[in-house]
Write a new protein. Structure first.
Length: 685
């Protein structure tokens, strides 16, 4: 790396102290790591900026050389003196590598090279100018003259007045470089252009550095250099100190074929293969490839065939000269819960969209709200239907987003990822609220309503202006429907409401007391969980409510126990029970209704974490479900100190994250997304 100072100031760094009389302006480095440089202006001067290969006060050395130019400017007014540096090389060239302050002087290079004649440079008096020498072909640098001396590759001049520098070169005899190519490929560089199976020679200047490049033909790979070059890298630089021979050997690539059976995937050696697939990669002969199996099922195992050696989830394959075939068969373990994805709908105009096939229903109008989104198990289907408020399908104009390809009023989505849909209708975006109220033991459904005696958000929903909405009244066990009120009337269990303005309806249910020896408990379970009573459990799954009946002898106390499924929590009791404790005791004097509602947790464990020993330590697989998408941080601590920390981006649904700890012991592992955390205590044996 070479440093120049234009104006009055200094530049310092590793091996560099350049400017104001200090002439350590050149240094060679053993790596390409960036070298920090510090600029210091002289009194009355200010630093203007870096040029050429320097940026933000650092420069990265390269094998072909890098130039860092620091420019200083005077702070006062008035004229500033300048001085001129002139160079006169003979038998080679002198350059400084600068764009805005160039010296590039070689007046008489041998044919066919073109002469360069930028042989002088005028700069502020007090500048420090640096140059390097380059011999012409067949020459060797002999030394500096004038304001420079010695035989170093670089020379720096403190320009206090006009100065001149000479550079002399002497002729030397050329040396022969011979290259032999074995196999299907070629080698180029210097005077060499050598193809398959050939031996080629070319004269090269003594002490020159020649870079050779090996290029295999399609289906072949460089297996190694020999002679003056070693290794398998595609390029090699040879120092021509005497006659030199180099060999390059090419061989056919070998196909590695991996077949995966069962629930898992295999990686390594360019392979990334899921269950049910056969994947291939091209490998270099005589190399060793390590394949890693990752069971998708918690606690699952893998059986290998076709490996040179195996160790648990690892398969080592030594590549020969023919196709290598490996099979990984996964079995056992507990399958992770299916991933869920979201469908989000926007409505514009006088109409609404309803869905079928999802785990939660869509009933979406131009007012938006919770009825415009739902979740579904990944790779299932949802059918969306667009309904105009007028009842005339011609008033539906188009689908946009993931339904844009559909032209009818229905759109079926394959939920291989989250989907966004817009439905456009003629007319404005006016909506009216439809409200419901339940008296007694029963529910109202339809038009986005899911209303019970408990009330809540399910008892109102926006409707498109002018739409005809059909509602249904459903009595709970032991109850009967007594009739409608408000905008509905009569005792039919269905009612159609025309949304010409905001409307409200009521549904009344009655329960007979009876005269037997037992009382009934009508038990409604919503969400994912189980309520166990005297005669057994009543279980609901996510998205499906369950209604069960308990018979209790009059005068006796019944105990109901609620247990949430994984990923859910008890939100509370309704009806004859209340609160959020796990048990409810009651002594019914008549038939009663009890509701238990379980809600999905934002972050919940789905499986017991798995621990697998690897070459790097012990890999922990943490299985969880999250209701959020974003940045998730996983931390493993031992004795209160953080051992490993990892941050990954996750989407809502069933997920897992991997952490590798270095040794056995007791760990506390925590995952966090936003303000929600989940913790495990794990013993690694």
């Amino acid at each position: 790396m070479t440093v120049e100072v234009i104006g009055q100031g200094t530049v310092t760094g590793a091996g560099i102290n350049c400017g104001l009389g200090s002439l350590s302006c050149y240094s060679a480095y053993g790596s390409s790591a960036a070298v920090p440089l510090t600029e210091t202006p002289a009194s009355g001067w200010t630093f203007s900026g870096w040029e050429d290969d320097a940026s933000a006060g650092s420069v990265t050395p390269t094998t072909s050389g890098a130039t860092a130019t620091a420019v200083f400017s005077p702070t006062g007014g008035g004229a500033v003196q300048t001085s001129t540096l002139s160079v006169s090389p003979a038998g080679g060239g002198v350059q400084n590598g600068s764009t805005n302050y160039p010296i590039d002087c070689d007046p008489a290079p041998p044919a066919p090279a073109t002469a360069t004649t930028k042989c002088s440079l005028t700069a502020f008096t007090g500048s420090t100018l640096s140059m390097t020498e380059t011999p012409d072909a067949g020459n060797l640098f002999n030394g500096w003259g004038g304001a420079c001396s010695g035989t170093g590759v670089s020379c720096a001049v403190y320009l206090q007045s006009d100065e001149s520098v000479g550079a002399s070169f002497v002729a030397v005899a050329s040396k022969t470089l011979t290259v032999t190519v074995t196999g299907n490929g070629s080698v180029t560089g210097g005077g060499i252009n050598c193809g398959t199976g050939a031996t080629c020679s070319a004269p090269e200047p003594a002490n020159a550095s020649v870079t050779l490049t090996a290029t295999p033909l399609s289906g072949y790979v460089l297996t190694g250099w020999s002679g003056g070059c070693t290794g398998t890298q595609p390029t090699c630089t040879v120092q021509i100190s005497n006659a030199t021979s180099v060999g390059a050997t090419f061989a056919p690539v070998v196909t590695l074929s991996v077949t995966v059976s069962g629930n898992g995937y295999v990686t390594g050696g360019g392979i990334g293969c899921d269950g049910g697939q056969t994947c291939t990669a091209s490998e270099t002969p005589s190399t060793t490839i390590t394949l890693t199996a990752s069971p998708a099922n918690a606690g699952g195992s893998v059986f290998w065939s076709g490996c040179t050696s195996t160790a648990g989830v690892f398969c080592t394959v030594t590549i020969g000269t023919t196709v290598q075939s490996v099979t990984a068969t996964f079995s056992g373990g507990t399958a992770p819960p299916p991933s869920t994805v979201s469908a989000n709908v926007t409505v514009k105009g006088d109409g609404y969209v309803v869905s079928s096939g999802a785990s939660g229903a869509i009933h979406c109008t131009a007012a938006g709200g919770t009825g415009c989104s739902t979740s579904a198990t990944q790779n299932t289907t949802i059918t969306l239907t667009a309904i105009s408020a007028s009842g005339n399908s011609a008033d539906f104009t188009r689908w946009l987003g993931d339904c844009a390809a559909f032209t009818s009023t229905t759109c079926t989505l394959t939920m291989n990822g989250s989907k966004t849909v817009e439905a456009d209708f003629a007319g404005g975006n006016t909506t009216y609220t439809l409200s419901g109220q339940v008296t007694g033991s029963g529910s109202i459904s339809g038009g986005g309503l899911t209303c019970t005696t408990a009330g809540g958000s399910g008892c109102s929903a926006p409707q498109a202006a002018g739409a005809s909405i059909t509602l249904a009244a459903t009595p709970s066990f032991g109850a009967t429907f007594g009739g409608w009120g408000g905008s509905c009337s009569g005792t039919s269990t269905t009612c159609t409401v025309s949304m010409t303005n905001a409307k409200s309806v009521t549904a009344t249910f009655t329960t007979s007391s009876g005269g037997g020896t037992t009382n009934s408990i009508a038990l409604s379970v919503t969400g994912a969980g189980t309520v166990t009573g005297p005669t057994g459990p009543c279980e609901s799954t996510d998205g499906k409510s369950k209604v069960c009946t308990e018979q209790v002898t009059k005068g006796q106390t019944a105990t109901l126990a609620a247990k949430a499924a994984k990923g859910f929590a008890l939100a509370g009791w309704t009806g004859a029970c209340s609160g959020k404790t796990a048990t409810c005791k009651l002594t019914p004097t008549a038939s009663v209704l009890v509701g238990a509602t379980f809600t999905k947790l934002v972050l919940a464990s789905t499986h017991t974490p798995t621990i697998v020993k690897t070459k790097a330590g012990y890999r922990l697989t943490l299985w969880f479900r999250t209701g959020l998408s974003g940045s998730l941080t996983a931390v493993a601590k031992r004795s209160g100190k953080t051992v490993v920390k990892r941050t990954v981006a996750v989407k809502a649904g069933g997920r897992h994250v991997l952490l590798t700890v270095p040794k056995r012991g007791r760990y506390v592992v925590t995952i966090t997304i936003e303000k929600h955390s989940l913790r495990w205590g794990l013993t690694v044996k």
